[in-house]
Design a protein around this ligand. Sequence first.
Ligand SMILES: Nc1nc2c(ncn2[C@@H]2O[C@H](COP(=O)(O)OP(=O)(O)OP(=O)(O)O)[C@@H](O)[C@H]2O)c(=O)[nH]1
Length: 495
Amino acid sequence: MVLAQLGGSISRALQQMSNATIIDEKVLNECLNEITRALLQSDVQFKLVRDMQSNIKKIVNLDDLAAGHNKRKIIQQAIFNELCKMLDPGKPSFTPKKGKTSVVMFVGLQGSGKTTTCTKYAYYHQKKGWRPALVCADTFRAGAFDQLKQNATKAKIPFYGSYTESDPVKIAVEGVETFKKENCDLIIVDTSGRHKQEAALFEEMRQVSEATKPDLVIFVMDSSIGQAAFDQAQAFKQSVSVGAVIVTKMDGHAKGGGALSAVAATKSPVIFIGTGEHMDEFEIFDVKPFVSRLLGMGDWSGFMDKIHEVVPMDQQPELLQKLSEGNFTLRIMYEQFQNILKMGPISQVFSMLPGFSAELMPKGREKESSAKIKRYMTMMDSMTNEELDSTNPKLMNESRMMRIARGSGRQVREVMEMLEEYKRLAKIWSKMKGLKIPKKGEMSALSRNMNAQHMSKVLPPQMLKQIGGMGGLQNLMKQMGSTKDMMGMFGGGDK
Ligand SMILES: Nc1nc2c(ncn2[C@@H]2O[C@H](COP(=O)(O)OP(=O)(O)OP(=O)(O)O)[C@@H](O)[C@H]2O)c(=O)[nH]1
């Protein structure tokens, strides 16, 4: 992910500046030049980068800073603010309201990921209790309707389209009317992809917009579009009133900087980013946490939200209690696996931690480990309650293993491998035995009872190495202020 590299380059430039004994004009210039280079390499438009550089210079007047001022902090803050300013047009986009009908039209270049993103957007809202519906007004690309239909069916979202009608305006209007009658509160209109050179297609897009009167037009942009982003985004904005941007394929090798340019061109905020081909690989976009992550400063609140999303706080002490008694059972392992899968891509969660980046967890390996977790869970589904709740390692004899293998359609070898994994985790968790457990609602007390020593025992060795050993861990814990959520994170998501 090249955007992570941009973050890395900026962080390094700031670090180098921090290492200098005195921060003078020369050191500041070197740092800014380094950041400028990184932004240009990431395809951010030249003019934006130049403006940012001169703004920072205006804010950070080294001569004016009285002695004793923390210049590094001021410079870092100025860079942070400027990057936020680039990504924040200053006014929020129209936000649909649950229960009240809104029409949202998606536009963008060919292949930018509109159809996929329409479904992700619908699915995201459906999970939150909305009644979304999809309308396929793409009569240009053969197969577009089938694609939308397939996606919508998978997500159980109602859809509208036609194999025979060639007028996108007619389909769009009919679709919107149909779903209005059905009381859908989020009607999403997918349009065909087009380029700024294709005047006729732009006119058609304008007509669809005029006929359906969308409350919000979302410009979908592939993050690999590069320097062309500004001009293309501007062309769309001139034809229809683009109100928000979604940047797709942020998981790929794209440079991602075009997103900054698209915001500038459309004067509209990025509201979501696409991070994969799957339906749930879709993240809400917030400027400050994003820039924070980019600069390696972490997104503490996002991380906490993610943890709280999957592990209700009041369940945590209960589990800790069991663990402190040394009762790590297969059922606990099963529940942990469920939480890991619910948490979504580990690399995503990882990049929210201060000092971490998504680069640490290659995507390929992540998919592999989810598949493994799912395989283990299938085998555990064939276990009896006695087996799941036992703490006696001798219980799992050969005949039980053979039965589980048969029941789950796996090999005995795989059952043995899963039990080995269980033993490994049980051993790790046995080190937590005797840990003083806070009462319900007193989670903060846990951080006082935990120290880096405890943590280092729980972390997988490879991860401990990545953090920078005991020293790195102590620093990280200091930055995080509390360890309770880290336990959940590294121990498997549920403590
Ligand atoms: N890796 C990755 N692939 C994505 C993402 N979003 C979309 N894609 C893929 O991009 C390709 C194009 O997506 P579509 O949704 O068909 O694009 P479209 O803009 O509707 O295409 P047109 O209708 O031809 O304009 C598909 O293979 C998608 O799976 C993303 O966030 N990450």
